[in-house]
Design a protein around this ligand. Structure first.
Ligand SMILES: C[S@@+](CC[C@H](N)C(=O)[O-])C[C@H]1O[C@@H](n2cnc3c(N)ncnc32)[C@H](O)[C@@H]1O
Length: 279
């Protein structure tokens, strides 16, 4: 079969299965099978796709039709221009988390930072890669997440400046940091009942929800800034799009100043930041 026909067939199969963006996903999966860039697919419509490659493509299409995300099928996700390994143990990184990176990079480079609930390490590893003079900690309560973060840190050349600590939030963390970042689990009990199958079936429950109103990690993080945020340090957290005002209030109540709610590319509240101005 030639490439153009394989692509048409794949797009049709995904569309019939109700997958959103069927052509985009069919392209990503076929490009992987052919070890070709997605852009090159358009330039090679008559490329000969072997029977083994068609078999592998059909396997990928069946998994995507069952709503397994493309990044889980490929085992990687691009984030802030770098490819990160993802496994079933970690949250599939979301593009909207780049809002947090953008906001962090607009501030002064820190000497020390900590990423709490690091998952695959996208936040901490990206910031250390961007700030070559910084060092820091990635921590998570999940040991498998730390293993994935370690590999991503090695891939992106920041392993020597990164410590990995298994901890529930600040419980095993010593010292203070110029920058605290976190994308904690924040989905409420009510929202969990309505989740899209791409998310509900494939992201770890631990990464999605802390239960209840989804705000408990923010209360812990805000309290932790009293001990673990250095004077003049900053904290930036990702929030659910309805949680901005509540998290901003939690930060203000904890004595943080210059509290800001920052929107994502879709204009929805996505990040809350605060600063410690006292000694
Ligand atoms: C929404 S995911 C974010 C992962 C990653 N930072 C990202 O942005 O893709 C939340 C992470 O918090 C971790 N987590 C859940 N409860 C935790 C706790 N009590 N202490 C530390 N980390 C926790 C989960 O294992 C998960 O990796």
């Amino acid at each position: 079969m030639i490439l153009r026909d394989a692509l048409l067939e794949g797009t049709r199969a995904l569309r019939e299965a109700g997958v959103p963006g069927p052509e985009r996903d069919a392209r990503l999966l076929l490009a992987e099978v052919l070890s070709m860039s997605v852009g090159r697919l358009t330039l090679e419509p008559d490329w000969d796709v072997s029977p083994d490659q068609i078999k592998q493509f059909h396997g990928f299409l069946a998994r995507r039709s069952a709503r397994e995300p493309v990044s889980r099928i490929l085992g990687r996700r691009n984030f802030w221009g770098r490819d990160f390994e993802v496994t079933p143990d970690v949250l599939d990184p979301r593009p909207e988390t780049e809002t947090l990176i953008d906001a962090a990079l607009k501030g002064a480079p820190p000497k020390s930072l900590i990423d709490l609930g690091c998952g695959s390490g996208i936040i901490g590893v990206t910031l250390l890669a961007e700030w070559q003079m910084a060092s820091g900690i990635c921590s998570d309560v999940s040991q498998p997440c730390l293993a994935v973060t370690t590999r991503n840190a090695t891939t992106h050349g920041v392993r020597s400046r990164l410590e990995l600590v298994q901890s529930s939030w600040f419980e095993q963390i010593d010292g203070s940091f110029d920058l605290i970042v976190s994308n904690p689990p924040y989905i409420t009990d009510d929202e969990m009942a309505l989740l899209d199958p791409d998310v509900a079936l494939h992201d770890p429950h631990l990464a999605l929800t802390p239960g209840g109103d989804g705000l408990s990690p923010y209360r812990i993080l805000a309290t932790g800034t009293q001990t673990h945020l250095a004077p003049k340090g900053r904290i930036l957290v990702e929030v659910g799009w309805k949680q901005g005002p509540d998290v901003a209030q939690i930060f203000s109540d904890a004595g943080l100043t210059q509290v800001q709610i920052i929107p994502d590319m879709d204009g929805r509240d996505r990040v809350v930041s605060g600063r410690k101005d006292t000694q």
